[in-house]
Design a protein around this ligand. Structure first.
Ligand code: UFG
Length: 357
């Protein structure tokens, strides 16, 4: 790298990304880098693969700057911030995300997702950084009464401890932003993601859940690759056109770019709080998702119909009006690109799963 480019990067705003080695976090790190930000990842890699850091480095041409820290450990967070120098904003991804696991073991979800957020806010205050972008989820809405879901749609009682943990974090952030005390935040942007899918076009980073995937798209790609025998379609008797459940799948690179826009919003002069849906506005059923994968890749996915999965909602998709208005953002990548990039990443992983998968 030449000296003037190095100086420009050193002078750029500095963003800490907790959970930056995770699926969405790693794509956001790459997008921030492409937009000219300086990035430090806080992540102890407990649920991600160290190869992600190699992927980030290969894409950006810079070694990923990582501080290994447990998000619940305030002393370790203080040390991590001290090591970073000035931090202009934090994007907070570090959290557990399995609905199924959260039902089985709710306390670890409350400890890590809620406790981690509280510890982070307290440590940010000591580090004099008061601008936060939060990784929330459309799960905060439960099954909506009307579609598409807008940010004004009521939040129902969460169907899982995972969903409840996201609702609680959003409440904590609203309180912290409204407050004027020692641990208040000045700027908060909570991003309610719909269903992210796909991978970076280089196929150097992508989604690789530990163990059997819970989510549809990695299950599709792993079945197509022969890692799994058949995809079970959970529920074919929903009141939807083909009987299967409907979601709003968006390309993870579109989602990553929304984080760049959200950081820009959090860097504005006047304090504020925004809660923003991120989706395409298009509902896609499970069978349509399988067909889209087969169309994009030419690879057939063996499926079998199975009973509904407990805790699933039947259909949800987003209104993108506020994202367009506040972030100037909308999705630009197609479902074909989502599926093709997810498959390119899967293919790169090889014919047998790595250890632990
Ligand atoms: N599905 C199957 N077979 C599978 C996996 C999923 O039929 O093997 C179905 C599900 O039953 C559901 C749809 O595919 O109808 C989507 O399921 P996902 O698990 O991919 O996504 P969810 O909408 O259930 O949940 C995901 C994340 C949550 C997040 C939520 C909204 O798992 O963490 O999106 O953001 F909160």
């Amino acid at each position: 790298m030449n000296a003037s480019l190095r100086m420009a990067i050193d002078a750029a705003p500095h963003i800490v990304v907790t959970g930056g080695a995770g699926y969405i976090g790693s794509h956001a790190v790459v997008a921030l880098f492409a937009a000219g930000y300086r990035v430090t990842i806080f992540d102890d890699l407990r649920r991600s693969h160290p190869q992600v850091l190699d992927g980030i480095a290969a894409i950006t041409g810079e070694p990923a700057s990582l501080v290994s820290v447990d998000i619940c450990d305030e002393a370790a967070l203080d040390a991590a911030f001290a090591q970073c120098g000035q931090v202009d904003a934090v994007i907070h991804f570090a959290a557990y995300k399995s609905v199924r696991e959260s039902v089985a073991d709710p306390v670890i979800y409350y400890r890590n997702n809620v406790g981690g957020t509280v510890s982070l806010i307290a440590a940010m205050a000591r580090a004099r950084c008061r601008r936060l972008v939060f990784s929330s989820s459309c799960t905060v809405y439960g099954q909506p009464d009307a579609l598409p879901v807008t940010e004004a749609s009521p939040m129902k009682t969460a169907a899982s401890p995972y969903g409840a943990s996201k609702q609680m974090c959003e409440r904590i952030l609203r309180d912290a932003q409204a407050a004027k005390g020692n641990t208040s935040l000045s700027h908060v942007v909570s991003l309610r993601y719909f269903n992210p899918a796909g991978a970076h076009p280089s196929a150097l980073i992508g989604e690789l859940p530990a163990g059997t995937p819970d989510n549809l798209i990695p299950y599709i790609t792993q079945t197509a690759a022969g890692w799994r025998k058949t995809l079970r379609v959970f529920g074919s008797d929903y009141p939807t056109p083909d009987g299967t459940a409907i979601r709003d799948y968006l390309h993870v690179m579109d989602l990553a770019e929304a984080h760049v826009a959200a950081v820009e919003l959090a860097m504005r002069a006047s304090p504020g709080l925004e809660e923003i849906n991120l989706g395409t506005g298009i509902g896609v059923s499970v069978l349509q998702a399988v067909a889209a994968f087969e169309h994009a890749t030419g690879v057939t996915v063996p499926i079998e119909m199975a009973p509904r999965r407990p805790g699933d909602i039947e259909q949800i998709w987003s209104s993108g009006t506020r994202a367009a208005d506040k972030l100037g953002w909308r999705t630009v990548r197609s479902i074909d690109e989502m599926m093709a990039s997810a498959w390119a990443w899967q293919t790169r992983l090889g014919s047998t799963p790595p250890a632990g998968v």
